[in-house]
Design a protein around this ligand. Structure first.
Ligand code: ATP
Length: 410
């Protein structure tokens, strides 16, 4: 079952007004298992709206139109839909009296143009609007469900919930939705897609959506079924196949971010973490402390940018810094071990690298980052090469460091 939404209003085509109604309506429709397959914004132009509505009616079983139901000449929705339906507008005296009474309650007199709002499309039902004068309209065109709803959100929302939604549910019994939400670290969007597309593309239900940000890719599997158990089974079946492929690259199954998921692991193990950061300038600490309750596992950190601070605060030997430089495997190792020793934490992460745009060496160009993880048994150092600008290098270095710990303790 699919729907299209048409938001009417020339002001919505300017930068000063955003179409929020269609976002809210999309949520409402998704909640009863209706997928919104397209939405459009159209100015106050009757022929254009009629043309767009006719196109939507060819593609969608449900078309919701918001706005343009007011009393003025540029409120064109009623007329445009009547033309698309091939039905006349019919004047309703009782509606006109109701609008007049609305104005009387406000201590005002109804103007002539409000009579426009007392016209209904033949064969359509009118939907009450206790908060305004624009009635909604609901009917069918070529067997498609069509609703006309007012533009102001405080009028649209109660009208939709109280009068439109029950009719929609009657005509289209709600489908149950089950969602599996994975978050994945250590793989770019295209690499991830290359791995899992051969599996998910063979399913039309669940529908798979992939959302990517640097260092973090989210996968949503959304299944629809007449029963709740059926929807869950469909989503879990594909979820299991994707888990088989991605293994421990999946760090979260409940939507929580990498630092929160890693923090939860530390908390359950009753372990602590400290950080020794150079090129990330505190980003790792910031991420690890963003979650409420992080004092359960975050011991503290060292922001050591200069060689002198690395030596003074972390005890990185001057010989190591001189022989290998601060951006090197031995320095990252000594930084992590120094932080662990000085804080007494179970684990310590270190980050040292060239964020650019200047710096780097032939052997370790800009984008090279060494990540250290010191733990109760040993110290591990990983060298990564991050493409992109300074901000991206720092962001990916920070998430990669946290992921190094997460994989170790998962
Ligand atoms: P009324 O006659 O009650 O004003 P209407 O259906 O004629 O209703 P419009 O004139 O189209 O509504 O819009 C009135 C106001 O409602 C707009 O100025 C805007 O503030 C808000 N609005 C309209 N459409 C949207 C939308 N899609 N998203 C958010 N706000 C909207």
């Amino acid at each position: 079952m699919n729907a299209e939404i048409l938001a009417v209003g020339s002001e919505l085509l300017t930068a000063s007004r955003i179409d929020t109604n269609s976002l809210w309506l999309t949520d409402q429709l998704n909640a009863i298992g209706v997928e919104v397959t397209a939405k459009s914004i159209v100015g106050d132009d009757r022929p254009r709206l009629t043309a767009m509505l006719l196109q939507s009616l060819e593609r969608a079983e449900i078309v919701l139109i918001t706005g343009g139901l007011g009393p003025t000449e540029d409120d064109v929705t009623r007329d445009a839909v009547a033309v698309a339906a091939g039905k006349p507008l019919v004047f309703q005296q009782d509606l006109c009296d109701e609008i007049a009474a609305f104005f009387t309650r406000l201590g005002r007199t109804m103007t002539g143009n409000n009579r426009r709002q007392a016209h209904l499309i033949e064969g359509f039902d009118s939907l009450p609007n206790p908060r305004g004068t624009a009635r909604g309209l609901l009917g069918e065109i070529n067997g498609r469900f069509v609703a006309l709803l007012p533009g102001p959100p405080h009028e649209l929302k109660p009208m939709f919930v109280n009068h439109c939604l029950p009719r929609l549910k009657d005509k289209f019994p709600p489908q149950h939705i089950a969602v599996v939400h994975f978050r994945v670290a250590g793989l770019g969007e295209s690499a991830l897609d290359a791995l899992i597309a051969p599996v998910y593309s063979t399913y039309s239900n669940p529908v798979t959506t992939i959302l990517a940000a640097p260092g973090d890719v989210q996968i949503f599997l959304r299944a629809l079924c007449a029963t709740e158990a059926g929807a869950r089974e469909l989503a879990d079946d594909l979820g299991a196949k994707i888990t088989e492929i991605l293994g421990d690259r999946i760090y979260s199954r409940n939507g929580s971010d990498l630092a929160t998921a890693t923090g939860a692991l530390l908390r359950s193990r009753k372990e602590t973490i400290s950080v020794a950061e150079s090129c990330t300038g505190g980003l790792v600490g910031q991420k690890l402390t963003a979650a409420a309750g992080s004092s359960d596992y975050f011991a503290g950190g060292f922001l050591t940018y200069s060689d002198a601070m690395k030596a003074d605060l972390l005890g990185v030997p001057a010989t190591v810094l001189q022989a290998h430089s601060a951006v090197s495997e031995p320095s990252a190792r000594a930084m992590a071990e120094g932080a662990r020793k000085r804080t007494g934490s179970t684990w310590a992460l270190s980050v040292t690298g060239y964020a650019g745009p200047d710096g780097g060496t032939q052997q370790d160009p800009v984008g090279t980052v060494y990540l250290g993880l010191a733990g109760p048994q040993d110290t591990e150092v990983k060298r990564i090469q991050v493409p992109g600008d300074r901000e991206r290098v720092r962001e990916l270095a920070a998430t990669s460091a946290i992921d190094l710990l997460r994989r170790r303790i998962q």
